[in-house]
Write a protein that binds this ligand. Structure first.
Ligand code: FES
Length: 208
């Protein structure tokens, strides 16, 4: 949420409460992917870069593919016009999301070989790069966890230095996450993106 909206929520809680209830109720018959795509389009229409970054990540988290986001942008051409669509694509390219790289467009999710399981002791966490994606890998008592290094708030690529103990703190706005579960533990409300993982023949694999 923007600083201005945060301010209005504090200054006029009742009026803003009605506003948020309205938004929630207005989309109650839509599935999460459709809601997310409509939110992306509204952010492009208003040309709010921060909102676009935030809702684009949410759309991807809700299961939208890069191709579906591009379809939604192009379908909204009569309302957006070419200039706003190009502006949105510029913002998306600046985010450098693996899903939108030309080689990955339309690609089906696949398993990626991350590391030898002996490389990470029980209880440890490591930041790695694999096939163009930054990841935090945690070897926990309950098994392996693989999280995307892009912050779910506004897609800051969280560096290894942000990790202290089991707490990962995004340097941009201080959202904090528990790397054992991915849960957001302070300043935010959205967990890290977790990728499916498995161990095969002593290698850790993750699917995206
Ligand atoms: S981008 Fe805002 S907390 Fe990470």
């Amino acid at each position: 949420m923007s600083d201005a909206l945060n301010y209005l929520v504090k200054a006029r809680p009742e009026a803003m409460g009605h506003y948020f209830s309205f938004l929630k109720d207005a989309g109650k018959h839509l599935d999460p992917k459709t809601r997310s795509l409509i939110s992306v389009i509204t952010k492009v229409h208003a040309q709010t870069e921060r909102g676009l970054r935030q809702y684009l990540k949410r759309a991807l988290r809700d299961g939208c593919t890069a191709a579906q986001v591009l379809d939604a942008l192009l379908m909204a051409f009569p309302a957006l016009g070419l200039a706003k669509i190009v502006w949105a694509v510029d913002v998306i390219l600046a985010m450098d999301l693996p899903e939108f790289r030309a080689a990955g467009l339309g690609a089906e999710p696949a398993w990626h070989d991350l590391m030898n399981v002996n490389e990470l002791a029980l209880g440890a966490t490591k930041r790695i790069e694999c096939d163009g994606r930054g990841l935090f890998v945690h070897h926990g008592l309950q098994g392996w966890q693989v999280f995307d290094s892009l912050c779910p708030h506004q897609t800051t690529n969280i560096p290894h230095l942000a990790l202290q103990g089991h707490t990962l703190t995004c340097p941009k706005h201080d959202w904090a996450f528990d790397v054992r579960s991915g849960a957001c533990t302070a300043n935010g409300d959205t967990p890290l993106k977790r990728w499916d993982s498995k161990v095969e023949a002593g290698r850790l694999l993750a699917r995206w």
